[in-house]
Design a protein. Structure first.
Length: 99
């Protein structure tokens, strides 16, 4: 019997993904300093944008009087948040791929 502790589900999944990437010919390369800095900058910017949207949303909620306006406000907030998250993810992916 092995002295190693059992692996978690996350560790097992990561091993399978690495094996799949290796079979597909993809290689794991460490990020350069410039890439890490670009990723940190994107995260910082979008964290601020999301916080700003949340503050604006909470402020707008205080002035809403009827249910229909509340529903429209909530939907607009969800859509804007989804757009920002999507935009952030695409910029993070671009920063990871940039040499």
């Amino acid at each position: 019997m092995s002295d190693e502790a059992p692996k978690s589900a996350v560790e097992l999944a990561m091993e399978r993904l690495r094996k799949k990437d290796k079979e597909a010919g993809e290689r794991e390369a460490p990020l350069s300093e410039a890439q890490r800095n670009a990723i940190l900058e994107v995260k910082r910017i979008y964290e601020a944008k999301l916080a700003e949207q949340e503050i604006l949303h909470k402020s707008a909620l205080q002035s809403v009087g009827d249910v229909e306006a509340l529903a429209a406000l909530q939907e607009g907030y969800r859509a804007e948040r989804a757009r920002l998250v999507s935009e952030r993810e695409s910029k993070l992916e671009a920063a990871r791929k940039k040499p």
